[in-house]
Design a protein around this ligand. Structure first.
Ligand code: NAG
Length: 346
């Protein structure tokens, strides 16, 4: 299951259910008038429209206000258009076999998508990166052997740069101004090669990146320096499936896991007392004004400096996907249910 808030800040959202028959669905969660005292949203969301999708939906991104790009386990990438006039979804473009294995010619799941209009970047288990634009039937650029392991997720770093994570604990930066097929930088988790499953970039400080790994660890990276994470935070007890900075309140971060928990990380607590500094070259340190620093890069971003709340009281089934917008959080679980939580900061 993948969950995604819409491109504009309106209150309906998308989700998909992984059943035999996969679908992309658009739901309305109606008006937000009726909240119970604990802030849970109780009014029933209703389905606006849906459309079949071949293969599991591995990732979804909005290209613009009307178009959604979906990654499939069959290796295809499809753009769906949402017609708001008659509440229907249609296929507007599809790239079959965007990801595949050379030797067996079998399809490889497309695991991640990031849109940076007009370009769409896709990554897959075949270790390939594709760049598509809507006006072309073929990929405008392909890096065939971008990774010898499996690529699990992708995010945008700066205008021409993307960042990928793989199954051996590496984070790589790719600069598409350059013609070569090599990453411009490689970062890695120390020690064992633990797969990284997800990645998100800080919305305003582009050098700060968060990743989640197979063993439930949350890592914070500063891509300006070093090749290792700035901090490794013990988080969940099983796979960390998704990590998201809050788009407008980025001292807050959300993670969800196979262990059935959904954590809200609040690094904004005691910011006034925090003595933030930046390591330069590991030995000397440079003090920076608080305003320049991020709470995520403070010298000791350990759990006791941060307020962490589990938002699910009775963890049972895996929480596969989440998204957050304003004071509203949505998440989806293995029970094929979606949940809406309002008043996040109340
Ligand atoms: C819905 O509207 C779009 C264009 O706005 C049109 O192409 C499509 O055929 C319509 N679908 C139905 C089922 O009426």
């Amino acid at each position: 299951m993948q969950i995604l808030f819409p491109y504009p800040s309106v209150f309906f959202f998308l989700f998909l259910v992984i059943l035999q028959e996969n679908k992309i669905s658009i739901w309305s969660v109606g008006d937000f008038g009726s909240l119970s005292s604990n802030g849970e949203y109780h009014s029933e969301p209703h389905l606006l429209c849906d459309i079949q999708h071949s293969g599991d939906v591995m990732d979804m991104q909005f290209l613009d206000q009307e178009r959604i790009v979906a990654a499939s386990s069959t290796g295809s990438v499809t753009i769906f258009r949402h017609h708001q006039n008659n509440q229907t979804l249609s296929v507007s473009q599809k790239w079959e076999n965007a990801h595949f294995y050379y030797q067996s010619c079998g399809n490889a799941p497309c695991t991640g998508i990031i849109c940076n209009s007009p370009e769409i970047f896709t990554v897959g288990e075949d270790g390939r990166i594709n760049v598509f634009t809507t006006d072309r039937k073929e990929a405008v650029r392909t890096v065939d052997n971008a990774d010898s392991s499996t690529l699990h997720a992708v995010t945008r770093l700066r205008t021409t740069e993307i960042l990928t994570v793989n199954s051996i604990g590496q984070l790589k930066i790719w600069d598409f101004r350059q013609q070569g097929n090599e990453p411009s930088q490689i970062f890695s988790l120390t020690g064992e090669r633990i797969p990284l499953h997800c990645v998100d970039r800080h919305p305003s400080q582009q050098h700060i990146v968060a990743t989640g790994s197979q063993d439930g660890m949350l890592s914070i990276w500063d891509v300006r320096q070093g090749s290792m994470p700035v901090s490794l935070l013990n988080a969940h007890e099983a796979e960390l499936w998704e990590v998201h900075f809050h788009p407008s309140n980025p001292d807050h971060l959300f993670t969800c896991s196979e262990d059935g928990t959904l954590w809200h990380w609040d690094a904004s607590t005691d910011v006034s007392e925090r003595k933030s500094y930046l390591h330069t070259g590991g030995r000397s340190t440079t003090f920076l004004p608080q305003s320049v620093m991020s709470a995520w890069l403070s010298n000791d971003p350990t759990k006791d400096r941060m307020e962490i709340t589990n938002l699910i009281s009775n963890p049972t089934l895996s929480v596969n996907s989440l998204d957050v917008l304003g004071s509203c959080l949505v998440y989806g679980t293995d029970a094929e249910s979606i949940y809406v939580k309002k008043n996040l900061f109340a």
